[in-house]
Design a binder for this molecule. Structure first.
Ligand SMILES: *[C@@H]1O[C@H](CO)[C@@H](O)[C@H](O)[C@H]1NC(C)=O
Ligand SMILES: *[C@@H]1O[C@H](CO)[C@@H](O)[C@H](O)[C@H]1NC(C)=O
Ligand SMILES: *[C@@H]1O[C@H](CO)[C@@H](O)[C@H](O)[C@H]1NC(C)=O
Ligand SMILES: *[C@@H]1O[C@H](CO)[C@@H](O)[C@H](O)[C@H]1NC(C)=O
Ligand SMILES: *[C@@H]1O[C@H](CO)[C@@H](O)[C@H](O)[C@H]1NC(C)=O
Ligand SMILES: *[C@@H]1O[C@H](CO)[C@@H](O)[C@H](O)[C@H]1NC(C)=O
Ligand SMILES: *[C@@H]1O[C@H](CO)[C@@H](O)[C@H](O)[C@H]1NC(C)=O
Ligand SMILES: [Cu+2]
Length: 593
């Protein structure tokens, strides 16, 4: 008895003297191997890039404040790899951003790189390859960050589902890459299938007819699918109970497609965008661009005797891909019981006014989002044009088409290496007399690797200015994604951005904080961010083929203050050579850090 009492006392003392642990301070360890695998994502067999044999990669579930420690081994044999943690700002760990040539060297076959970083904020995120076009090869997965213990979301729900949306080609990613940089140019075309959590149907339709998004036409390619549920390409069913509220976490990892998401007969209440809370608003469907994430609340208030179709269809480009479909399965109905109602009809692909109305509904949730500074220190206007460079079709920003250097910017800027990239400042804007509405008179532009150097902690406005592409009367949608920061979306407009006029209409009251924003055809989009994260950061169109064709820029701020860059992050190009000189002062700093 006495011993027991002593033990109890001892434990009590232990509990008393244990320093309070900061909430959510745990470290989660993962060992991942990236490799190719045979899979049938849309019922047609092909190669996918998977993680530990899984496609899509494993879902990471963390709490705000957690540290993720991912040991990533490249088992691809003939190509390098990196993984970008989309939506995570990487404060203090810019080398863990996973952007080849910007934040790190590609990880060589057989090598292991450790991504160790903190997920500081709750939200719906994802991760994906950021080297060549590896996202198109299927290298992606969900990354969900819950609020820290003791914190509360500003809304309630009874259950949740995470839906990672993507598009899929039967042509290999290597063929796609070579086609884009060939003469004559070979465009990748529209995707063969859309996938929900890596599952789609190409050879059969899950509905009674094939529906090409944005039209009522049926593209009779085959038969109606019969699924038992265990098939690789069987849709993942969402089982729900009547009279409950569910949170659907949507993330778009598409290479090309802009999507419209809907659930037949059910309203969706938008509550989160790109990991930031928004003022809740109800819609019948929502547009989601590549690189964006949303949370929507769905209440199961419909006739519980039926199942309902969930659909995602192509918008923004003339579609030639059938809708992705799955089922909202009211229990106890059987999961594959055919819904009596047809799938939702995806809105017309070119009804851009409808898309803009949706974008304008998104406002920050008061009290849960920082407000933007009222003024900016600098304004950079980025005009996108479609060009030719030495006869190859490219995209350019202010007449420069981004070609990534062999040496990652983070290392070459930190160690002030000359010749690792073009050190001249890129243009702050474009020619005043440039006609946005017509194809270029002279489509030639140049390849470049310049960097926008931002003053640390300065407030920067960036205006994305769209224009006519190479062909007459064509201007495309481009969703732009910023690494290392969230930004406020201050406004959208038509035609040329005229600062004096546009700025009067900027939303400085409750602009949404996002990390991806779309620029509409012939229009502009203005964003604002604080350059408060020392590092080198990509800002680019999230359409995989467009980035590959040069549609991006690089920002850098406070790089001289970055400490502790792991040697293996920059052991390539000129920074590798620098390390080789063993007595080199800079090399020592590199290893000492
Ligand atoms: C599809 O057909 C329905 C009913 O005929 C019509 O109301 C709708 O506008 C059509 N949608 C498209 C995109 O053509
Ligand atoms: C759902 O709630 C409504 C109103 O509270 C009630 O009338 C209905 O019976 C409920 N349905 C089910 C399936 O529980
Ligand atoms: C549209 O898709 C069908 C079926 O995949 C294909 O046969 C056809 O070539 C495609 N059309 C275009 C213009 O890409
Ligand atoms: C554009 O560049 C090509 C070489 O790639 C050259 O032949 C052509 O003359 C240039 N066009 C103009 C208008 O400068
Ligand atoms: C790009 O550069 C070319 C060649 O210097 C020039 O003719 C053209 O006007 C420039 N285009 C833009 C959009 O500034
Ligand atoms: C930038 O801001 C951070 C935090 O707000 C502060 O710690 C840092 O000293 C600032 N740096 C400069 C150069 O202003
Ligand atoms: C482009 O649009 C203009 C104005 O609508 C029209 O006059 C012209 O014919 C169109 N050109 C092409 C190639 O479609
Ligand atoms: Cu684009």
């Amino acid at each position: 008895m006495e011993t027991l009492g002593m033990i109890i006392n001892f434990i009590a003392v232990l509990l008393l003297i244990r320093p309070p642990l900061p909430l959510g301070s745990k470290t989660q360890h993962f060992k991942w191997e990236v490799g190719y695998a045979f899979r049938s994502p849309d019922c047609v067999e092909g190669l996918v890039m998977g993680i530990n044999g899984q496609f899509p990669g494993p879902t990471i579930r963390a709490e705000a404040g957690d540290t993720l420690h991912v040991e990533l081994t490249n088992r691809l044999h003939t190509e390098g790899v990196v993984i970008h943690w989309h939506g995570i700002r990487q404060f203090g760990t810019p080398w863990a951003d996973g952007t080849a040539s910007v934040s790190q060297c590609a990880i060589n076959p057989g090598e292991t790189f450790v991504y160790r970083f903190k997920v500081d904020k709750a939200g719906t995120h994802f991760y994906h390859g950021h080297y060549g076009m590896q996202r198109s090869a299927g290298l992606y997965g969900s990354l969900i960050v819950d609020v820290a213990e003791g914190e509360k979301e500003p809304f309630d729900y009874d259950g949740e589902f995470s839906l990672l949306l993507s598009d899929w080609w039967h042509q290999s990613v290597h063929e796609q890459e070579v086609g884009l940089s060939s003469m004559p140019f070979r465009w990748i075309g529209e995707p063969q299938s859309l996938l929900i959590n890596g599952r789609g149907q190409y050879t059969c339709s899950f509905a009674s007819s094939f529906i090409v998004a944005g039209s009522n036409t049926t593209a009779g390619r085959g038969r109606q699918c019969q699924f038992l549920g265990h098939e690789e390409c069987a849709p993942q069913i969402l089982p729900v109970l009547p009279n409950r509220t569910y949170r659907l976490r949507l993330a778009s990892a598409t290479s090309l497609a802009s999507l419209n998401f809907a659930v037949a007969s059910h309203k969706l209440v938008v509550v989160e965008a790109d990991g930031n809370y928004v003022q809740p608003f109800a819609v019948d469907d929502l547009d989601i661009y590549s690189g964006e994430t949303y949370s929507v609340l769905l209440t199961t208030d419909q006739n519980p005797a039926a199942n309902y179709f969930i659909s995602a269809g192509v918008r923004g480009r003339q579609p030639n891909t059938t809708q992705a479909l799955t089922i909202l399965n009211y229990k106890p109905n059987p999961p594959f019981k055919p819904p009596p109602l047809p799938p939702p009809v995806t809105p017309r692909w070119d009804d851009f006014d409808r898309s803009k109305r949706f974008s304008l509904k998104i406002h920050a949730l008061a009290g849960r989002s920082p407000k933007p500074p009222m003024k900016s220190n600098r304004q950079i206007v980025l005009l996108n044009t479609q060009n030719t460079v030495n006869g190859l079709l490219r995209w350019s920003i202010n007449n420069i088409s981004l070609a990534l250097p062999a040496t990652p910017y983070l290392g070459s800027i930190k160690f002030r290496l000359k010749h690792a990239f073009d050190g001249a400042p890129p243009p702050e804007t474009f020619l005043a007399n440039y006609d946005l509405m017509r194809p270029l008179a002279n489509p030639n532009s140049t390849i470049g690797s310049r960097v926008y150097r931002l003053r640390l902690n300065s407030t920067v406005d960036v205006v994305l200015q769209n224009a006519n592409a190479m062909k007459e009367n064509v201007s495309e949608i481009h969703p732009w994604h910023l690494h290392g920061h969230d930004f406020w979306v201050l406004g959208y407009g038509e035609g040329r951005f005229v600062a004096a006029e546009a700025e009067r209409h900027f939303n400085l009251e409750d602009p949404p904080l996002k990390n991806t924003a779309v620029v509409y055809p012939y229009g502009w989009t203005a964003i604002r961010f604080v350059a408060d994260n020392p590092g080198a950061w990509a800002f680019h169109c999230h359409v995989e083929a467009h980035l590959h064709m040069g549609m991006g820029v690089v920002f850098a701020e406070g790089v001289d203050r970055v400490r502790g860059i792991p040697v293996e992050a920059i052991a390539c190009g000129s920074t590798a050579k620098m390390r080789m000189a063993s007595n080199d002062e800079r090399g020592q700093e590199l290893t000492r850090d």
